[in-house]
Design a protein around this ligand. Structure first.
Ligand SMILES: [Zn+2]
Ligand SMILES: [Zn+2]
Length: 277
């Protein structure tokens, strides 16, 4: 195991991509985060942030981990240039389908089929492999183990289920936790154990506590809950993520200011943010 551990945010929005001047600074692309562990490239979710990432021609070998397959998390996949290039290897992983008797290839085939999309998965020139597992298992990937990377997973409370990931590389760890709904009564002990002592926690901060009651059942959490989890789990740095498409830049600036009065080293994720652990 050698090299740096860095995290790049390519898409930070939830629900639907949104491009308006009022939110251009934080960015309107949906969920896509890249973690580089040495020379291994791990991509979390295939929202529309995957499209700008796909312009990188050096991206020829990767693992793509999906939190789940709601449209905002897979919409970038049919438009991902590396998938159309020969000599590219893409290993796709999902932990929320197998328990339901579904598989990832079939689900992606649904969006890549006429008349929704003109091409099918068979048209793609890259070497694609599909790996379904059950959220809660450790990812079984010998090439990642050989590179010193361990990825553990956790089922998340969300409509149609979702998977949370924890990536351990050397002494550093980063957790990707979206989309998740919390309950008002107490903290989720399984989640706190899962993210304990992480260097970075990326967390679904769609809502604000003051609005949360109106959105029970929507499958998301709040930025204040992110803070409570991070504090309880001794997380070093928190990145608020999966912003509501209606949140303006000014509102997210205010959220950052409020967050940093409590936790000065935390972030409100924006497109182009790179964190080195
Ligand atoms: Zn989402
Ligand atoms: Zn979702």
């Amino acid at each position: 195991m050698s090299g740096d551990f860095s995290v790049t945010f390519w898409g930070v929005r939830g629900t639907i991509p949104t491009t308006q001047t009022r939110n251009a600074r934080y960015g309107g692309n949906t969920s896509c985060v890249e973690m580089r562990c040495g020379d291994q490239r791990l991509i979390f979710d295939a929202g529309t942030g995957l499209y700008p990432l796909g312009e990188d021609e050096s991206l020829t070998d990767m693992d793509m981990f999906l939190s789940h397959t709601h449209i905002d998390h897979i919409l970038g996949f049919p438009f991902f240039s590396p998938a159309y290039r020969e000599g590219t290897a893409i290993r796709l992983w999902a932990g929320h389908l197998k328990p339901e008797g579904l598989n990832l290839r079939d689900v992606l085939s649904r969006i890549m089929s006429p008349p929704i999309f003109p091409l099918t998965l068979d048209f793609l020139k890259a070497d694609l492999s599909f790996h379904d597992f059950s959220a809660g298992e450790t990812v079984q990937a010998p090439h990642l183990a050989a590179a010193g990377i361990t990825i553990t997973t956790l089922p998340l409370h969300h409509p149609d289920c979702a998977t949370g990931y924890r990536v351990q590389f050397g002494t550093k760890s980063a957790c990707y936790i979206t989309d998740i709904e919390h309950t008002r009564n107490g903290l989720n002990e399984a989640l706190i154990g899962f993210v304990q002592d992480a260097d970075l926690l990326i967390y679904d901060s769609t809502f604000d506590d003051k609005d949360f009651d109106r959105f029970i059942g929507w499958g998301h959490s709040t930025w204040q809950q992110a803070m409570r989890i991070a504090n309880a789990a001794n997380v070093k740095s928190l990145a608020l993520f999966h912003h509501d498409p209606a949140r303006t830049d000014n509102e997210l600036d205010a959220r950052l200011q409020a967050l940093r009065t409590h936790r000065p080293h935390d972030h409100v994720a924006h497109e182009g943010l790179i964190l080195t652990l």
